[in-house]
Design a protein around this ligand. Structure first.
Ligand SMILES: [Mg+2]
Length: 306
């Protein structure tokens, strides 16, 4: 049982990097030509997910300023990871001494950013608190809010983290989609995300075209138009490979939707469920898998302390 959970932690982190690399390779491409050929590099999604995991491990839980500083350090070391336009500007504000509990993005976007930058990196929060919904919500909000403080970005991160947690708890041989969505809806605040989750229940019965999915759930850079697409990609497919390929085939923000789908699907199927040819090719595999094992150790120690 414990071994299976550990494998799910590794699957989720490496799954993020695979979905991101595959999506980065196929961003803007009309069709996927060779599924074995994932991109040579992951992008900001995985880089920032790594920052979240590193900080949770170093601090054995959530520490706002430590995580914010880690984001800045990792960006400075690898600014070429195809970051969006917002976060680097927020990092520069932080470097010039501005702090503000995650409201810095309001200088750039009135009301805060509602992009998917909070949700794309939140997987490790769902893993570390997979049995603690209250902490998932609170810590997902704070983790996202460092750069994305709009309610739709915060809620998107919480829903994505909860999906990862439910995937940890799911039996990979027998995923009950209706129960999964039921639990996720119970967790989700009334509002647009609940509406999307309701639509997913309907769509799963209908076997709709990709065009319809894009119309109804979206494939964009907004959290509300990408988190539901990742959840649908996971639930409408039987394994890791088909989930991530489906996510990327939706087009649009392929690296992020790929990364989020990889985080959920990897947390469900575990590292053994990931095709060896992808796992062998993904950048910094050993480092990322090591992070997952360290995160698992933090989780085990938390359980002992409790
Ligand atoms: Mg990206």
């Amino acid at each position: 049982m414990m071994e299976q959970k550990r494998s799910k932690f590794i699957g989720s982190l490496i799954g993020t990097a695979i979905g991101d690399s595959l999506g980065a390779r196929f961003e803007g491409a009309p069709v996927i030509r060779d599924v074995n050929d994932i991109g040579p590099r992951y992008t900001d999604d995985t880089a920032m997910m790594i920052g979240v995991a590193e900080s949770l491990i170093d601090r054995k839980g959530f520490d706002y300023w430590h995580m914010a500083e880690r984001f800045v350090q990792n960006y400075e070391r690898e600014p070429w990871r195809r970051y969006g336009s917002g976060p680097p500007r927020i990092f520069r504000m932080m470097q010039s001494g501005r702090m503000g509990f995650g409201m810095l993005d309001r200088d750039l976007y009135p009301g805060g950013s509602f992009g998917n930058g909070g949700a794309m990196r939140v997987g490790p929060v769902g893993l570390l608190y997979y049995d603690d919904p209250g902490s998932i919500r609170e810590i997902a909000y704070h983790t996202a809010g460092i750069t994305h403080s709009h309610e739709l970005a915060l809620d998107g991160a919480a829903v994505q983290a909860c999906a990862v947690a439910l995937a940890v708890l799911a039996d990979p041989g027998d995923i009950k989609s209706k129960e999964f969505l039921g639990a996720l809806r119970m967790f989700t605040k009334p509002g647009p995300y609940q509406e999307k989750l309701k639509l997913i229940i309907k769509l799963l019965d209908e076997n709709p075209s990709i065009k319809e999915i894009v119309n109804v759930l979206g494939n964009g850079i907004e959290a509300l138009r990408s988190v539901p697409a990742a959840i649908y990609s996971f639930l409408s497919t039987p394994d890791f490979e088909s989930a991530v390929l489906y996510a990327v085939s939706l087009g649009g923000d392929t690296d992020t939707i790929g990364a989020m789908t990889g985080a959920i699907s990897g947390a469900c199927y575990g590292v053994e469920g990931i095709p060896a040819q992808w796992r062998g090719k993904v950048e910094n595999r050993q480092y990322i898998e090591g992070l997952a094992m360290n995160l698992w150790e933090v989780k085990e120690n938390m359980n002992v302390a409790r």
